[in-house]
Design a protein around this ligand. Structure first.
Ligand code: S3P
Length: 426
């Protein structure tokens, strides 16, 4: 798939029950199963490149994985030294969480990824891990993959992170589970909390008090994971924006995790004027339910707080900014620069190509709402950039190139899009 041409649409009304399963929860369920005694059962696991790479790594680490195409069963009697290099593909979550999991495991492990992942900063995890005794090396003094890990004993720690990053937090929590004493991890702002919730559900001694998480080392294996992975709010959000920018559109997104650290972008869209309702249908590890989004004229907003709660959705939210009245502002979002692409540049360049006025800052950007014009936008290998500009095409028509990246998180994106508009894929 090298390019797609998207046709503009007048309006649409749709219930979507097949949004891709949550990527963060899928990664974690496969990895955490390795910490359990007994067989974990995971249904609705995300079958996308990133998470299938994680599953492959779990197999390479000696776990028994049975997959009937519906439920994935994982059992492990401890992490084994792998024969293979562990390939995380495009996934920062995969690489950073495996660093925490493997730093204390017996053996030698090499983690690598695609050319994009091999350019993303890993010091944020390798530094604190090295401080507690982990033996890790990599290019640029362990900042860049490939990373080589020699499992070692880890010391207990009290770590205060400067970045609100669920990947760093999860990495350190995994390391803490096998450190030689009680550990604490404090973050500057709450980041997504699936790791804490899931590990607690598996019986780990993880206590969250505001921004501080206290972890006691596990003295026995955890309980297996039994989960049906909810739909991914970050993937659902593309279709929320589609409805918010299309006059008279109405979309219901079903079975989404309503975890409050994950739906901030929907709240932002609501602040812009979109008509959004939430209906919780179940609440086990996390609240799950439906989100209905109806079109209403949009106005500009400023986004500057709890950035990590909507960091993945900012590219799509920026398409809504382009369709709103006034100047929207994004601040405190320097983390965007080290995602699958430099998302401040890719968003700003893409919007400029569509005739939208922007200003770029080190930690954010502004977007002045206007008339989106059809353009050719390259994704720069970044799935969220590709899907955001494809959604913009619903207003004005668009050609988006470099599309294979969409398979990292949302393989059925085009199947859903086809229910809304005409697309031509080459
Ligand atoms: C993720 C955390 C976020 C997010 C990423 C998935 C996770 O990254 O951007 O897509 O599953 O923990 P950071 O924690 O680095 O902000």
């Amino acid at each position: 798939m090298s390019k797609v041409i998207v046709s503009p649409v007048e309006s649409f009304s749709l219930n979507i029950s097949d949004i891709a399963p949550d990527k963060s929860i899928s990664h974690r369920s496969a990895m955490f199963a390795m910490l359990a005694k007994g067989t974990s059962k995971i249904s609705n696991f995300l079958r996308a490149e990133d998470t299938m790479n994680t599953l492959e790594i779990v197999k390479n680490l000696g776990a028994k994985v049975e997959d009937d195409g519906n439920t994935i069963k994982i059992s492990s009697d401890g992490i084994k030294e792998p024969f293979e290099i562990l390939d995380c593909g495009n996934s920062g979550t995969g690489m950073r969480l495996f660093c925490g999991l493997l730093s204390s495991a017996e053996g030698h492990f090499v983690l690598t990824g695609d050319k994009y992942l091999r350019s993303r900063p890993m010091k944020r995890v390798t530094n604190p891990l090295r401080e507690i005794g982990a033996v890790i090396d990599g290019r640029e003094d362990s900042n860049l993959a490939p990373l080589s890990i020699r499992g070692a004993s880890l010391k207990a720690f009290d770590y205060e992170s400067k970045i609100a990053s669920a990947q760093v937090k999860s990495c350190m929590i995994l390391a803490a589970l096998r450190a030689d004493g009680e550990c604490t991890y404090t973050e500057p702002e709450l980041s997504r909390d699936h790791t804490e919730k899931m590990l607690k559900g598996m019986g780990a001694d993880v206590v969250v008090d505001g921004l501080k998480t206290t972890i006691k080392p596990m003295n026995k294996p955890l309980e297996p994971v039994f989960i049906s992975v909810p739909a991914d709010p970050s993937s659902a959000f593309f279709f929320a924006v589609a409805a918010a920018i299309t006059p008279d559109a109405d979309v219901t997104l079903e079975g989404i995790t309503l975890n409050h650290t994950r739906i901030e972008a929907f709240k932002a869209l609501e602040r812009m004027g979109a008509d959004i309702t939430y209906d919780t249908t179940s609440d086990k590890y996390e609240p799950i339910g439906n989100i209905r989004v109806k079109y209403a004229p949009l106005k500009a907003i400023t986004v500057e707080d709890n950035i990590s709660w909507l960091i993945d959705e900012l590219p799509a939210l920026s398409i809504a900014f382009a369709c709103a009245e006034g100047e929207s502002v994004v601040k405190n979002a320097e983390e965007l620069r080290v995602k699958e692409s430099d998302r401040i540049s890719t968003v700003v360049d893409g919007l400029n190509a569509c005739g939208i006025e922007t200003t770029e800052y080190d930690d954010g950007y502004t977007v002045t709402g206007g008339k989106l014009s059809s353009a050719i936008v390259d994704s720069d290998g970044d799935h969220r950039i590709a899907m955001s500009f494809i959604i913009a095409g619903l207003r004005c028509g668009m050609e988006v190139t470099d599309l294979d990246c969409i398979n990292t998180s949302f393989p059925n994106f085009f199947d859903i899009l086809k229910r809304i508009t005409k697309i031509e894929i080459n």
